[in-house]
Design a protein. Structure first.
Lengths: 511, 186
């Protein structure tokens, strides 16, 4: 029995949601992924509570410190230990089942431990220590906050330790694990569910994402390691002066942060490409065109590298206008990749017909949200509009929407893999209720944030009443309740999943 | 019309919805048609798919190029470059930002006269966003500490009034209180 299976069986209450079926001989591609997925849902619960709390704090006029703590913790929990971990859980299971490689040993263990322990340390630093710096750190705010007495030094050290562990997971452990499984190691026929090659769009995106994380994250990882080592007094603080200059830190940070989102987009679109063909009405199990699907992934990859410059458009002239416009153009160019993905999905559906189920519907509504985010993102990346929208709720709407869009698509893909991982079937009626409530809630929340941003409502701002923006906060609260209700249905569905009999090796055959 | 499109957040929202709403309508139509009312495969000729693909890509590329080329004329960076190339003497409204207040100059600003807003941060990341009296954002600037040059932009006011200055870069626990006012006269 793997360590992951032992842990899963001992998590109280929620272990019922993800009982790994040990009898099917697939423990080595199911166990660590199941633990990662289940743990991600625990973080989703925490992030969700904080998300619902934020508008409430404003409406009740509570201490603004609570708002900023909730804001920081909500963003951090949603993006990293929830969405990223959900992605790697489902993605690793897919990789294992398609390549026949086991997910075992120290690498998946370190991936899991560093992500969750790191996130826990960060959560303590934020919620107890008051380390309220927003999800993007806003460097040098962490240090200025200590200097001005806003939060204690211990919370900064604890937070940076946690952030460092999470960065090692995202930049080293997970990408190396993916590349190891994709290109090295012994293939085992007993683990193969549906063999695929690297030419398959469903596999290509995984490898491209891993390479993006590894390459674009290395500068930040070097910087973070040096800073952490200095914070612990192992080297003098003077030795890291270069790395702690705001311009150096900010550019290294956003080169990674932006490409992290692009890598996650590559992963999830790749996941949709892999899942959609399994539910075609004619049983052909083929996308309209693998070539167009792969081209979309390559365009997304190549245009995303330098589009991170759009984060600094309003720093003019310190970011020269030419570079600002380059970031503008490359951001819009990623839209060409999205346009090809739209065509691939619709042409596939039109040509082959589909057998709808809640998981596939979740993928489709998640994709709709992804395109809404894309449209809002490229608009705010335009230099002219950036000078009106940057720093408003528009940006929060964009960031939140891309994260939840990806999460919804992964939850849909998980719906497909769940019977193989657990030997249980999910209820379609509960599934459709989840998708309906969750999707309406998320689209509503996204649109409210965009409207708020257009109205000049600032993001990360604890006083919405100041500019008559409370109406947007109240609407957000309403849609947040729908989102929460949808998630209740998702959780109940897993808790009540019934025994299906023999778990099938073929995911689509589980239907 | 172009002014209200490119110089306002509502124009940005309009363009976003212009891209999103037709996409949703077509996407949902196809998905529901091929899943609930007619799930069977289509016998559409391959040439029609190819035509649809090229028309779609052509349309997307056209919209993208048009939107971005026209936007050049509305970029504050371009307006700044033009103003500075005009040879006219542009007064500089030089300010500093430090948690959680602005150190603003005592300077008269008049309608129709270009002004260079030039600012630095003394401690952490700050923003300098100017709000029209009706609540719309005119422009926003990012102030990063440690930069050798200030962040700057040239802006010409079209209307008199009391404009609100707000920090739009999260800067700590009193970020929401960091604001001031600017009076523009005829």
């Amino acid at each position: 029995m793997l360590t992951a299976t032992k842990i899963l069986q001992n998590i109280p209450v929620v272990s019922r949601m993800f009982p790994v079926d040990e009898s099917d001989g697939l423990e080595e591609i199911n166990s660590w992924p199941a633990l990662m997925i289940l743990t991600s849902f625990i973080w989703l619960f925490i992030a969700g509570l904080l998300g619902v709390a934020m508008p409430l704090i404003q409406r009740l006029g509570l201490d603004t410190d609570f708002f900023y703590r909730a804001l920081t913790a909500h963003g951090a929990a949603l993006a990293f230990p929830f969405t990223f971990q959900l992605m790697i859980g489902v993605g690793l299971h897919r990789n294992g089942g398609c390549s026949g490689k086991a997910i075992s040993g120290w690498l998946p263990a370190m991936t899991y431990i560093c992500m969750n322990l790191g996130a826990a340390l960060l959560a303590v630093a934020i919620l107890i220590g008051g380390f309220s710096v927003s999800i993007v750190l806003m460097y040098p705010l962490p240090i200025v906050g200590v200097q001005t007495g806003q939060w204690p030094m211990w919370s900064l050290v604890l937070a940076f330790t946690g952030i460092g562990m999470v960065l090692y997971t995202m930049i080293i452990f997970y990408p190396v694990l993916v590349l190891k499984m994709s290109f090295f190691g012994e293939k085992r026929e007993d683990l193969i569910l549906s063999e695929r090659s690297m030419n398959d769009p469903g596999m290509l995106g995984m490898v491209l994402a891993a390479l993006v994380l590894l390459i674009m994250g290395t500068p930040l990882l070097i910087l973070a390691t040096y800073v952490l080592v200095a914070l612990y007094g192992i080297i003098p603080l003077d030795a890291v002066e270069f790395f702690t200059r705001p311009v150096v830190f900010q550019f290294a940070f956003f080169v990674f942060a932006h490409n992290l989102m692009e890598a996650m987009a590559l992963m999830v679109i790749s996941g949709v490409y892999a899942t959609l063909p399994l539910y075609l009405a004619d049983g052909s199990r083929k996308l309209y065109s693998d070539k167009i699907a792969n081209l979309a992934l390559w365009i997304l990859l190549l245009t995303s590298f330098s589009s991170f410059l759009h984060h600094f458009i309003t720093l003019f002239p310190n970011l020269p206008a030419t570079l600002a416009y380059h970031g503008n153009i490359m951001s819009w160019a990623t839209g060409i990749g999205a346009a090809l993905s739209i065509f691939t999905i619709l042409a596939t559906v039109w040509k082959h017909g589909i057998r709808m189920n809640p998981g596939l519907l979740a993928c489709f509504t998640g994709f709709i949200l992804y395109i809404l985010d894309g449209a809002s993102a490229i608009v705010t990346s335009n230099v002219a509009w950036a000078f009106q929208l940057h720093g408003t709720m528009w940006q929060s709407g964009h960031t939140m929407t891309v994260v939840v869009a990806m999460a919804l698509m992964w939850m849909g893909i998980l719906y497909h893999h769940y019977p193989v991982m657990t030997g249980r079937m999910l209820d379609d009626k509960l599934g459709y209720r989840f998708v309906s409530l969750f999707s309406i809630g998320l689209v509503g929340s996204a649109l409210v944030m965009l409207f708020g941003g257009a109205d000049g409502m600032p993001r990360r701002h604890a006083d919405w009443a100041q500019g008559d923006w409370m109406i947007w906060g109240d609407l957000l609260q309403g849609f947040a309740v729908l989102v929460a209700l949808g998630l209740v249905y998702y959780a109940v569905n897993m808790m009540k999943s019934s025994e299906s009999g023999v778990a099938s090796k073929s995911p689509a055959a589980a239907e | 019309m172009m002014d209200s499109l490119y110089l306002s957040g509502w124009g940005a929202l309009g363009v976003t919805l212009f891209m999103f709403i037709p996409f949703v309508a077509v996407f949902l139509y196809i998905i529901f048609k091929k899943s609930f009312s007619g799930a069977k495969p289509a016998d559409t000729a391959h040439s029609k798919y190819v035509t649809a693909e090229w028309m779609w890509l052509g349309f997307v590329t056209l919209v993208f190029v048009l939107v971005n080329v026209v936007s050049i004329g509305y970029m504050p960076t371009v307006a700044t470059a033009k103003a500075e190339a005009s040879g006219h003497d542009i007064p500089t409204y030089s300010f500093e930002a430090q948690s959680w207040a602005y150190d603003l100059p005592d300077m008269a600003i008049k309608v129709g006269k270009p002004v260079r807003f030039s600012g630095k941060s003394l401690d952490t990341m700050h923003g300098f966003a100017l709000y029209h009296p009706d609540g719309d954002v005119l422009f926003t600037m990012m102030l990063m500490p440690g930069m050798s040059e200030p962040t700057s932009l040239v802006h010409t006011f079209k209307e008199p009034g009391t404009y609100t200055i707000r920090c739009l870069e999260y800067c700590g626990l009193s970020h929401h209180e960091m604001r001031d006012e600017l009076i523009v006269s005829r």
